[in-house]
Design a protein around this ligand. Structure first.
Ligand SMILES: [Zn+2]
Length: 285
């Protein structure tokens, strides 16, 4: 049997970086919210050290701009750093030029701190969809070689319906190739569902997540510091459904993550890249 590839990743952004919400949409509004990212990221770093697990951190350029010490800390602890854009905007709401500028700025900010090339990317809100797949060309043009922006299922915003696979594939373009690591799905009660991050991980009972993990040869997790912060303020003006999605299960999520790290061995993107037999996988054109 081949070794399962379970990848651990965190999107390093603030608790208020919710998408599709006018109060927090623009970067100019962010200064009025309290800063919780240091404590929340520390909690994750301490856990990873205790459980001896590797992970990749997709960081906002904005975090690098405002708190370079936090990026330095993640890098000094030996974790791989990718870009999660600069200003956390939905890619399909940007023009190709705006998307390119945002990507470049985030890469520059992160590289200037770590001195290492940024080759991993994840878009905010899984907002690379069939309609704005031009974003893939821009990633390749800017030196991104591995991407984890495809959410191959319907969702509130973003999502790439009918992507065709929830396993790694090589996306081939005229300007080069990109290794795509979609979020994995699993068939459950007649539907393809997601379990490995964000609200889904907080909502599902651990027993079910454990069962799904056992059945998944490939798992791409996507956690955020806010997923484990039960004391964060509740943003005013969210719809009931949105409030539920964003705040449900915060108090039990950290214990669930601890259990997950006890039971399964995770890798970062670099290690996953070496484990995957790319030559045997599908090419996506
Ligand atoms: Zn994000």
């Amino acid at each position: 049997m081949t070794t399962p590839v379970h990848i651990l990743t965190f999107d390093i952004e603030e608790w208020f970086n919710l998408l599709d919400f006018d109060e927090t949409r623009s970067v100019d509004s962010w200064d009025k919210f309290e800063c919780r990212i240091f404590n929340n990221t520390d909690k994750i770093l301490e856990l990873l050290k205790r459980k001896n697990q590797r992970a990749t951190f997709y960081c906002l350029g904005w975090v690098a701009e405002k708190y370079p010490d936090l990026i330095r800390k993640i890098d000094n602890a030996g974790y791989e750093i990718g870009s999660h854009s600069c200003y956390h905007q939905l890619a399909y709401e940007l023009t190709p030029e705006q998307f390119r500028d945002d990507l470049k700025k985030s890469i520059d900010l992160l590289e200037n701190i770590t001195g290492k090339k940024v080759t991993n990317y994840r878009v905010p809100g899984f907002s690379i969809t069939r309609k704005n797949s031009w974003a893939i060309d821009i990633l390749i043009e800017n030196g991104i070689t591995s991407d984890s922006s495809i959410f191959p299922a319907p969702r509130g915003h973003g999502g790439f319906e009918n992507f065709g696979t929830s396993k790694p594939v090589i996306i081939q373009t005229a300007d080069g190739n990109l290794k795509e690591y979609p979020i994995n799905t699993i068939p459950f009660l007649g539907k393809q569902i997601i379990f490995s991050g964000g609200g889904y991980f907080r909502l599902l009972p651990f027993m079910l997540i454990d069962n799904f993990m056992k059945r998944s040869p490939y798992v791409m997790t996507y956690f955020h510091p806010r997923d484990f912060d039960a004391d964060q303020p509740v943003l005013k003006g969210l719809s009931k459904a949105r409030r539920f999605k964003s705040y449900y299960g915060l108090s039990s999520a950290f214990a669930k993550l601890e259990k997950l790290l006890d039971r399964y061995r995770f890798v970062d993107m670099k290690t996953a890249d070496n484990m995957i037999k790319w030559e045997t996988l599908d090419v996506y054109k």
